[in-house]
Each structure stands twice: as structure tokens, then as C-alpha cells.
Write a protein that binds this ligand. Structure first.
Ligand code: WT7
Length: 657
């Protein structure tokens, strides 16, 4: 791991004046570094008091809890608010619909500009109730899993909340996944119902959503019902013995459905994510702890105030969408934007048109989008009224100082809080980020831990905590926090091995990290075989497994290579089976798209005679990385390489590709 940055002084950016000016800005909830320190210290030294208080403040309990926290990392039996009972959809919808039915809950910014639509809390309540009744009528019960494979339409949010209303578990599959990936996730989670749409629209293109579902379901005999929302109205395949139209079904149901009161620790959802193995893991979150993590970070990190319009540009198919489009905002009774399009459709001004049209106050996107827009140039930003913005955030991958500065200057006009938020599917909510109004920033650093996050840096080899402020190592957490994932669906042992037993006594994030002399954290990226392409988390093992299915491929090794636009790009090395002289690279690419989805497409595929391996047969990806980076004079220790003569031809193959 490189340590040269440790000696560089990174300039501190002051908190923008505007944020502290009460005539222009509501007073930040955490308005000084002293306030942050006080709350943070309390959350660490007395987590039961801190979270117990938050749980009463942020959530409505149908039955109060008695025990704030029990269990821990050793057995992975963490439970928060054990005796408490509640309902997620009641918390997100009913209580706001009762108090202020006309308040806008969702602003739907459709793919085509001008087709936006607003949904109030009152409407959302009725729609969720109606659709929950539909699901109930078709036999859905508490604890059942439902797969949701939908475009970014309000009905997707309604689907989430209708499941939660019945105590069912949603398993959302990002609509960019292929039919095979969808099939595997439906099977793994035992989903018996699928909720989808006829087609999706994104960036002016049509996605054949229903057709992909049909292909997936060829091998899912347990799926008895598919609900199809009509997004485009095109003719799509329809199986009358299994499929039902959303619009026809809801007409039959009354807009009242009592919420199923569930236990605090009952599951709320499963969300698949990639790890070091070839098989995605179904990360499971439970109701109360997850909702609390989402709610508290939404209020304090995004500094939410009544009247704000929250614009999170993520997709609901990823954790960012779950937590900061849906649950965080709705628990707080906020107005949330659902953005169906892309940053460059129909032009690279789309984000800024959207901000000015809806008067977005908090804007949240990924570094890959910021890099893309920076490349198009500031003329697409300038001239749009961005004065509503108080805070602009970034998530998903490290943000380079240049991209950070551009975001600050061009989008934030040096008067917005910039928050680089670090977290994971497994953490449920933000765990490192500046608190606007309290924490000065540094371009490229996610800065300081969120409440209740007891961060440590471990020596990767010994597992010992590095106590010095200036440190470099792997990022881990010493105490449970409410929104930590509770298990991997149907594989608790994998959960324990991956997160809790790797370094005994700690939750292990899988990321390398540095801490500078001010105690600021700098995320370095994954230390496992996970790569990050445009903020999408991909497993090298999963892509390798996809390539190997191809009849001509003998072996495959995938690495992440630096890419100016996407952060990392997928590069794949393959060897061919003995009878194959050559292969069609297009077919190999297709293979990955078919098994995973187009976002995992390799940027480069090299066909080589042999892969560098240790004598015990382990592929040395480090060598492949160096060869691609052109650092062939720095291949490191090759003494364990079983066949040193392959290096020359390997370098040639990469050069000639
Ligand atoms: C991995 C988690 C949680 C949001 C979306 C991704 C990387 C995430 C940052 C950041 C540097 C980041 C990490 C992490 N990551 N945010 N601000 N700076 N790296 O969720 O798919 O579960 O991926 O994304 O490597 O482990 P995810």
C-alpha cells in the first residue's frame, strides 16, 4: 500500500459561510465541531443511551422496546430494540399522510423531460395500501420474499412499501442485471412473486424488462405470480396463467390495508452484492435498526430540514437508492426525487435542469457521473439556477481531488457543503462523511465517522489496531451499529467468515484506508477481489465464472485497471481450451453481459497462452496488473511463479492487444 500521501498536507476547506448564515440557510443540526464531538463521543461511549433516544425520536413503535442492544460480533447475533414492534411502511407513509396528506413525498422526474409527476403522502398512502391488498389477495404473507425488478418509477417505491406493509421481504434486483443474474437471485431468495414492468426507459432507450423476466422465470417454477406495471404500453409477452397487470389489480382493491406489525429484528429486505466468491451474497437488513440508521444519517449527514427537496440520483436497485431515495427521506417525511434518466440525456445539462426545476436542496451522485460531466465542460452547468442547493454529495467510490474541486467550484459555486460519503451495502447507511456545518473538508477525504461508528485501522497482517493517529491499514469497526446487515441470506457462516471472523472482534469492511494527522480518513479501495466500475461493485470471481462458461475458454483471470472515467475498468485474461486456436472476443464479451449484465462488460480481453500462477496453482493477479500498467520492471517477487517463461509472451500479448 502506498504511503506517500501521508506526508502531504491537504488543504482544509472551511465550512462555506452560507451554511452558517441563518438568513440564507436553516441552522445546521450539527452546527459546530464541538457539537459533532459531543454527539459522536456519546454515541461511542454510551451507544445504548444514544440509540435508545434516537429510536424513540425517529420511529413510531406499536410496542416499545426494552433492550437497546444485545448480542455482538462473536456469534453474529446482533439485535437492536429486541422487544419492539413496528411497521416500516407505517413509519414511512401513514404517519406523514395523517399529519400532512398534501405534502409531496415523491417527485418523479421521468426519462423524457417534461413528464414529471408529483405524488403526495396522501396518495402514496392509498397507493401502497391498494397494492399491499393486491399482494395479500394473491397470498403474500409475512416473511415471504418478493423479487422487484423495476425501472425508476414511483410504482417501484410503492412495491417496496407494499411488501414492507405486509411484513414481506423485498429482494430488489437492479434492472440492469441480465435474465440469468435475475434468475439466480430469484432462486437464492426463494421469491414466489415478481414485480416488474412491461418495459423501462432510460436515456431515450427502451429496456425489455418483461422479456428479461420471462427468460429468467423459465427456470423458476416456484414463481406463481408476476405483477406487471405498464410503463410504456407496448405489446409484451404475457402469460395469463401467471402474469397480472398492475393497473387491473389495484382497481379491485380498497385503499386501506392495516400494517402488519412486525418485530424490530424481522427482515426488511435482502439485497445482493458481490464479494470475493463467484456467487453474490444476499445481504439481509432488519426493520428497526436499518430504518434508524437511514433516518439518523439522512437528517444529520444531509442536514435535512422541513421543506427540503432531496435529489439522490442513484438507482433504487442499489443500496444508495434503498437508503437515500426511499427509506431515509420517507422516514423523515421528506420530499424525495426519483430520477429515471441519465446525467447526459437529452443533454449534459439534465441534472442541472432537474435541480433548478424542482429546487433541489441536497444533490447526491457518484464520482463517475461527476467525472463524465467535468469532461463535457462547465458550460453545461453554468447558466442554470442552482441557488437552491445547500449540499452536494458523492458516493460509491473514491472521488479524486480534481473531481472534488470541480464539483465544489462549478456545481457548488464554493458555497455548498460537499460531502463525500463512504459506506457499503452491508453498513446500511453512511459510516464516514463530513457533517455539513461542523466538519471542514479536504478534497478526496470522506473525513470523519458518523454517529455510533467506532472506526479502527488494523494492520492487515497481524490484525492489531494501529493506535497512532497517522496510520495506514484496513478499515474495521469495533462495535455494532443499528443498520449493520444481520446475515447473508441462508448462509450465516459466510456472513461470519466474511465480515466478523476475519479479524476477531471487529466488523471488516474489505477496504484499505489511511488516516492523516488530523484524524481524517482516506479510503484507498478494496483489498479483496472486488472491483469498482462506475460505482458498481463487481466481483472478479463472478466475471471469471461467467467467462469460463464459454466453450472455448479454459481459464480466466479478471483484474480492475485504473480508468479515468469509470474509476476502474474490467480487464480479462483468458486461456483457450486445447482444441481452440482462437476465439471471437465479441462472444466472450457477450457471455459476461448474458450472465451478469452490460455494466460488467470487460473493456479489454486478452487471449494468452498461459496465466501466471504460483506453484500451488493460484493465479497471480498482481503480475497481470503490473503488466497492464506497463510497470514490467516492477513485477515484484517472482520466485513463487511456477512458469517464469510465460512473462515475456504475456507482456507481448498485452502490448499487441
Ligand atoms: C464499496 C461498497 C454504499 C454506496 C454505494 C456502494 C466503495 C463506497 C465510497 C467512498 C471510497 C467508496 C468501497 C466500499 N465506496 N463509497 N465515498 N469513497 N470508496 O455500495 O456496492 O456496497 O460498495 O464501495 O470500496 O466497500 P456497495
Amino acid at each position: 500500500m502506498s504511503t506517500d500521501h501521508l506526508n502531504i498536507e491537504f488543504a482544509l476547506h472551511q465550512i462555506p459561510e452560507r451554511l452558517l448564515d441563518e438568513s440564507k440557510n436553516p441552522k445546521p443540526h450539527v452546527h459546530s465541531i464541538e457539537k459533532y464531538n459531543e454527539l459522536y463521543q456519546e454515541s461511542i461511549s454510551n451507544p445504548k443511551e444514544f440509540w435508545g433516544r434516537c429510536a424513540k425520536e425517529f420511529l413510531h413503535w406499536h410496542k416499545p422496546f426494552e433492550t437497546v442492544l444485545s448480542g455482538g460480533f462473536e456469534h453474529g447475533d446482533i439485535s437492536w430494540f429486541q422487544e419492539g414492534q413496528l411497521n416500516a411502511s407505517y413509519n414511512c407513509v401513514d404517519r406523514h399522510a395523517i399529519k400532512d396528506p398534501d405534502k409531496v413525498a415523491i417527485i418523479y422526474e421521468a426519462d423524457e423531460p417534461g413528464q414529471d409527476r408529483k405524488i403526495t403522502y396522501g396518495q402514496l398512502y392509498r397507493d401502497v395500501c391498494r397494492f399491499a391488498n393486491v399482494l395479500k389477495h394473491h397470498g403474500l404473507k409475512k416473511g415471504d420474499t418478493v423479487a422487484i425488478y423495476m425501472p425508476m418509477v414511483p410504482e417501484a417505491v410503492i412495491a417496496f412499501l407494499a411488501c414492507a406493509r405486509l411484513g414481506a421481504v423485498h429482494s430488489v434486483v437492479f434492472a440492469g442485471f441480465s435474465s440469468e443474474a435475475l434468475r439466480d437471485r430469484i432462486k437464492d431468495a426463494d421469491s414466489k412473486i415478481v414485480i416488474t414492468a412491461d418495459e423501462g426507459c432510460r436515456g431515450g432507450k427502451i429496456i425489455h424488462t418483461k422479456k428479461i423476466v420471462d427468460d429468467a422465470l423459465k427456470e423458476c417454477p416456484n414463481v406463481k405470480r408476476v405483477f406487471v406495471f405498464r410503463r410504456t404500453g407496448s405489446d409484451v409477452p404475457f402469460n395469463p396463467s401467471r402474469d397480472l397487470w398492475w393497473h387491473e389489480e389495484i382497481e379491485k382493491q380498497r385503499p386501506y390495508c392495516p400494517p402488519e406489525i412486525v418485530n424490530a429484528e424481522d427482515p426488511l429486505f435482502i439485497l445482493y452484492t458481490s464479494g470475493s466468491t463467484g456467487k453474490p451474497k444476499g445481504v439481509l437488513h432488519t426493520v428497526a435498526g436499518y430504518l434508524l440508521g437511514a433516518a439518523v444519517t439522512f437528517k444529520y449527514v444531509f442536514d435535512y430540514h422541513e421543506g427540503d427537496v432531496h435529489g439522490c440520483m442513484a438507482d433504487i436497485g442499489w443500496i444508495t437508492g434503498h437508503t437515500y431515495i426511499i427509506y431515509g427521506p420517507l422516514i423523515n417525511g421528506a420530499t424525495t426525487v426519483l430520477f429515471e434518466s441519465t446525467p447526459i440525456y437529452p443533454s449534459p445539462s439534465r441534472y442541472w435542469e432537474t435541480v433548478s426545476k424542482h429546487k433541489i436542496t441536497q444533490f447526491y451522485t457518484a464520482p463517475t457521473a461527476i467525472r463524465l460531466l467535468r469532461k463535457y465542460g462547465r458550460e453545461h452547468v453554468d447558466g442554470h439556477d442552482l441557488s437552491s442547493l445547500r449540499l452536494i454529495g458523492s458516493v460509491g467510490e473514491p472521488i479524486q481531488p480534481e473531481a472534488w474541486e470541480w464539483y465544489n467550484e462549478v456545481v457548488g459555486r464554493n458555497e455548498c457543503a460537499i460531502i463525500d460519503t463512504y459506506w457499503q451495502t452491508e453498513t446500511g447507511s453512511i459510516i464516514i462523511s463530513p457533517f455539513p456545518g461542523a466538519v471542514m473538508t479536504k478534497a478526496g477525504s470522506a473525513t470523519v465517522p458518523s454517529f455510533g461508528i467506532d472506526l479502527v485501522i488494523l494492520d492487515p497482517l497481524t490484525g492489531q489496531e494501529i493506535k497512532e493517529t497517522k496510520a495506514e491499514g484496513v478499515l474495521a469497526i469495533r462495535q455494532p451499529w443499528p443498520s449493520i446487515a444481520r446475515t447473508v441470506y441462508n448462509n450465516h457462516d459466510l456472513y461470519l467468515r466474511t465480515y466478523l471472523h476475519r479479524y476477531k472482534g471487529y466488523y471488516f469492511t474489505g477496504d484499505g484506508v489511511g488516516r492523516d494527522s488530523d484524524g481524517y480518513y482516506w479510503i484507498r479501495g478494496r483489498v479483496d477481489d472486488v472491483i469498482n466500475v462506475s460505482g458498481h461493485r463487481l466481483s472478479t470471481a463472478e466475471i471469471e465464472a461467467a467467462l469460463i462458461i464459454h466453450p472455448s475458454v479454459a481459464e480466466a483471470a479478471v483484474i480492475g485497471v485504473h480508468d479515468d472515467l469509470t474509476g476502474q475498468a474490467v480487464h480479462a485474461f483468458t486461456t483457450l481450451k486445447p482444441h481452440c486456436e482462437s476465439t471471437d472476443l465479441g462472444e466472450l464479451t457477450l457471455q459476461v453481459r448474458k450472465v451478469i449484465g452490460s455494466f460488467a462488460t470487460p473493456k479489454k480481453i486478452y487471449v494468452v497462452k498461459d496465466l501466471p500462477k504460483t506453484r500451488s496453482g493460484k493465479i497471480m493477479r498482481r503480475v497481470l496488473r503490473k503488466v497492464v500498467d506497463g510497470e514490467t520492471d516492477q513485477l515484484g517477487d517472482l520466485s513463487t511463479l511456477s512458469n517464469p517463461t510465460l512473462i515475456g509472451p504475456l507482456i507481448e500479448a498485452v502490448k499487441n492487444s
